[in-house]
Design a protein around this ligand. Structure first.
Ligand code: ATP
Ligand code: MG
Length: 450
């Protein structure tokens, strides 16, 4: 149960508040003076303070209350404080709100308003604590990853990407086939490099064959090698990629382009390590770790009869699925900065534009956009224009504070949250909103918390 500290010299007030809170399952501790209040704060885990403004019978200036508030603030900067004040001292209370008091109520207070404010603040404190814990846990996991594994310069911030990187590191040491799926330019080759670099054959060769870049009729010769005269144009015997990758890793990109005959042969190598060159009967034996990647819908190809189901299950023992960049919002700006190499920065409007874009070409597209923008911008700060992307109706994310017509829209809110790495308080500050207001807006816009 959350605990509220009531600091009021008037016993009747303190008891009334205590009863009110207990009716709402909130624990209360009572102090009759500022000194006692500060002592109780040291001894108890307090989630919120409700404090009076005057403690000596003949004072009404609110000075004591102000001093108490500042003393609490200096010691517990995150602890929410609600002020109970007489109508005649509203000015003093408003000044304290400017210094960070959470709320004020004029005596006699309205029970419902007080409880709503207390519950709101308690809930917020809980949400912020949970968020802080999560951020710390995520940082710890990231440091562990960076310490224990070679991450091949992979850049990320989004938890969705982190899950893929984490899984890639976990499966790297096991000798199981890995299939990396994801749309064009999403970073499949980077993930393949991570698996290779942390595998038991990291010291061996890393051979890449892009099955989509080789004419269909040559893929088998590329993979398995060919004897001289095996078919037209082959005048000398040649090694295939499996020979070259012996003792190391073979990365088969765009595996969906492998014709059915090649698929059968590939299945056999995966199962036995054996294969023959084209035009030869002599069996060759290799030990190769195979990583494959595809942006095609392999299950659909299986249904259409163009991809072997048995090969799919063989390749797909572990699937690492990279989401499209547009679904990894927190990655966009860190990747953009990485591609700018620290030479130039992005202004707020450019950042919002990047976050609002759909990124059909994923990370590769982002890399190109950043290179282009960097070339087109003479000065050190890149604006939205220079990204060459549609400005997508993104108003300035620094929304003015007056009037509902200028409320930040969904794009501005997600942009601000991404810039603040999900820390709501920081995003709220940037948007010129209170945390509560931002939470409400997020709820309205269907944006998940944190
Ligand atoms: N997380 C990342 N950190 C740093 N660079 C990245 C990241 N993801 C992708 N890149 C870079 O973006 C470009 C595209 O990535 P990559 O080639 O790995 O994508 P892909 O999914 O293999 O693309 P395709 O489907 O076209 O083969 C590369 O230059 C790559 O180095
Ligand atoms: Mg690739």
């Amino acid at each position: 149960m959350p605990t509220v500290l009531i600091i009021d010299d008037n016993a009747a007030v303190a008891i009334a508040l205590d009863v009110l809170f207990s009716l709402h399952e909130i624990d209360a501790v009572r102090a009759a003076s500022p000194e006692e209040g500060l002592q109780l704060l040291e001894r108890h885990a307090i989630d919120l303070v409700v404090q009076d403004m005057n403690f000596t019978a003949d004072t009404t200036s609110g000075e004591e209350g102000g001093a108490l508030f500042h003393a609490i603030r200096a010691r517990y900067p995150d602890l929410p404080v609600i002020l109970l004040t007489a109508w005649t001292q509203l000015d003093a209370a408003v000044d304290l709100i400017k210094s960070g008091a959470a709320d004020y109520l004029a005596k006699p207070w309205d029970d419902r308003r007080l409880i709503a404010s207390v519950q709101n603040l308690l809930e917020l404190g809980q949400a912020n604590r949970a968020l802080r814990q999560r951020v710390v846990a995520e940082q710890r996991q990231r440091h562990a990853l960076e310490h224990d594994f070679d991450l091949r310069g992979m850049v990320w911030q989004d938890p969705a990407t982190e899950r893929v990187v984490h899984l890639a590191c976990q499966v790297a040491r096991a000798d199981v086939p890995v299939l990396i799926s994801g749309p064009n330019g999403s970073g499949k080759e980077r993930i393949a490099a991570i698996v290779q670099a942390n595998s038991q054959v990291a010291g061996g060769p890393f051979v890449v064959l892009n099955c989509g870049a080789v004419p269909v009729e040559l893929i088998e010769a590329e993979l398995f090698g060919a004897e001289a005269g095996a078919y037209t144009g082959i005048t000398r015997a040649r090694d295939g990629k499996f020979d070259a990758a012996d003792g190391g890793t073979l990365f088969l990109d765009e595996i969906g382009n492998l014709p059915l005959a090649g698929q059968m042969k590939l299945l056999r190598v995966l199962e036995t390590g054996r294969f023959e060159r084209l035009g030869s009967n002599r069996e060759r034996q290799v030990k190769v770790r195979v990583i494959s990647a595809s942006n095609a819908d392999l299950p659909a190809m299986i249904k259409a009869g163009t991809f072997r189901e048995d090969l799919f299950y063989r390749l797909n023992v572990i699937e690492l699925r990279l989401p499209p960049l547009a679904q990894r919002l927190l990655d966009i700006l860190v990747l953009a900065r990485y591609f700018l190499g620290g030479e130039k920065t992005l202004d707020a409007q450019a950042q919002a534009t990047l976050l609002a874009h759909g990124w059909p070409g994923n990370v590769r597209e982002l890399k190109n956009v950043m290179q282009r923008a960097s070339l087109l911008t003479p000065g050190p700060v890149i604006g939205a224009q220079e990204t060459g992307l549609p400005l997508a109706g993104v108003a300035s994310p620094r929304a003015p504070q007056d009037g509902a017509a200028t409320e930040p829209d969904r794009d501005s809110v997600t942009a601000a949250l991404a810039r603040a790495h999900g820390v709501v308080a920081q995003a709220a500050q940037e948007l010129g909103l209170s945390r509560q207001a931002l939470y409400r807006r997020m709820e309205r816009l269907g944006i998940a918390r944190g």
